[in-house]
Design a protein around this ligand. Structure first.
Ligand SMILES: *Cc1c(COP(=O)(O)O)cnc(C)c1O
Length: 413
């Protein structure tokens, strides 16, 4: 009989969102009058339609494919040059970052890229993640066999967890022992925190000293409103030699269902081969992508290109400020209700300290019962997320305002 990848058996059975669904269903069944009033502020998916500029560009791209003269079949697996060029121009050169178009790999998502990157890394790396963390980084390492089993708190053996809590101002301390790979996500999901230049410089310096690789997830870059906060790791001197950056059109342009993202692998960034030689990661990622991936559809890449048009830039700024206004409404309503909240200024997530010492799940149940609002328990993102709950700003204004009215009426302490 065919055997399986036993590493999958170590996974904590996709526990978080199914458990949220189960509790919401149970509540709705027991309280049919309240069922229609449930407002979901748990999920990290956008709600607003695509920017008009992208829609127009994608319609035109469909027309291109409808005639022999302008038809496109397979494109380059790393993406069309016109998209790579416009990305480099707007997202990097304009910010003083020395990144060239052939270092940008277009893909159908940051989730799959942050998973796929493990293909080109060895199995003996010591890997660090923040705690709480975007679960994809952890689960993909479990699947790849880079960890042991999970303990009672859900922490996997072999991973180095760097706690980020109110106590350290959501800024992880550098590891006390040497790590080879570090996942960083800023602005952060789930805590909504940002990293200053000094913080990122500390990480780049650490990586240089220890020969570590930083995997930098900047999916929420467009949400940065605070002055002086870097939008790319490459704004930090020396980052080209130590960091890969993941970017996505999911959260700035609403492409969660459309699918387009990109990963930057600078030339000259190397890893160590078993024979002791240094090998460029750029060539390995190029090889990996051309073998396992056949590119993002022409239509979608034309849509992504339109994000960088003048109209596209205005429209995505409108989308982002719409969600950030939701975040402000959430943050201020919770503060008025006497709660301690973090994030929501340069991120679409508000990270709440649970009141009165409730656990994450206790507060989840309280919110659901008393206000019919669904959040995401912080403990679902890692053991150090215990005692927190995440609310997402991805919803209609109407729902956000109604949810916060209920918080004000019911939950004020
Ligand atoms: C939403 C999100 C992404 C984007 O993933 P896509 O696959 O590009 O949709 C990446 N990282 C984090 C932390 C996210 O929350």
């Amino acid at each position: 009989m065919a055997t399986i990848n036993d590493n999958f058996l170590k996974l904590q059975a996709g526990y978080l969102f199914p458990e949220i669904g189960r509790r919401v269903d149970e509540f709705a069944k027991a309280n049919p009058d309240a069922a229609a009033k449930i407002i979901k502020l748990g999920i990290g998916d956008v709600t607003e339609p695509l920017p008009e500029a992208c829609v127009v560009a994608m319609h035109k791209a469909v027309d291109d494919l409808s005639s022999r003269d302008s038809f496109h079949g397979y494109g380059p697996s790393e993406g069309y040059d016109w998209l790579r060029e416009v990305i480099v121009e707007h997202d990097y050169r304009a910010r003083g970052c020395d990144i060239s178009a052939d270092e940008v790999f277009i893909s159908d998502g940051s989730k799959c890229d942050s998973a796929g990157i493990l293909d080109i890394l060895g199995g003996d790396n010591i890997i660090a993640v923040t705690d709480p963390v975007y679960p994809v980084y952890v689960d993909t390492n479990v699947m790849a066999g880079n960890t042991g089993g999970a303990d009672g708190d859900g922490r996997y053996g072999g991973l180095v967890y760097l706690p980020v809590t109110a106590e350290n101002n959501f800024t992880p301390a550098l590891p006390t022992s040497k790590v080879d790979v570090i996942y960083l996500c800023y602005p952060n999901n789930p805590t909504g925190s940002v990293a200053t230049k000094q913080t990122l410089q500390k990480w780049v310096d650490y990586a240089k000293v220890h020969g570590s690789l930083i995997l930098f997830d900047a999916a929420y870059e467009a949400y940065i409103t605070e002055p002086g906060i870097p939008r790319s790791i490459y704004e930090i001197p020396g980052a080209r030699e130590v960091a890969i950056e993941f970017r996505s059109f999911s959260k700035n342009a609403g492409f969660t269902g459309t699918r387009c993202a990109f990963t930057v692998v600078p030339k000259g960034l190397t890893g160590r081969a078993a024979d002791g030689s240094d090998v460029e990661l750029h060539g390995l990622w190029q090889r990996r992508q051309s073998t396992k991936f056949n590119g993002v559809s022409y239509i979608v890449q034309r849509g992504a290109e339109a994000v960088y048009s003048e109209a596209g830039q205005q429209q995505i700024a409108g989308l982002v400020s719409f969600y950030l206004e939701n975040a402000r409404i959430i943050r201020e309503a919770l503060e008025r209700a006497g709660m301690t909240v973090f994030g929501g200024v340069s991120a679409p997530y508000v990270w709440i300290k649970t009141p009165a010492g409730q656990s994450s799940w206790e507060f989840f149940d309280t919110l659901l019962r008393d206000t019919h609002i669904v959040g995401t328990p912080g403990s679902g993102f890692g053991a150090a997320g215990e005692g927190y709950l995440r609310l997402s700003a991805f919803n209609s204004r109407e729902n956000v305002e109604e949810a916060m009215r209920r918080i004000g009426a019911v939950l004020a302490v």
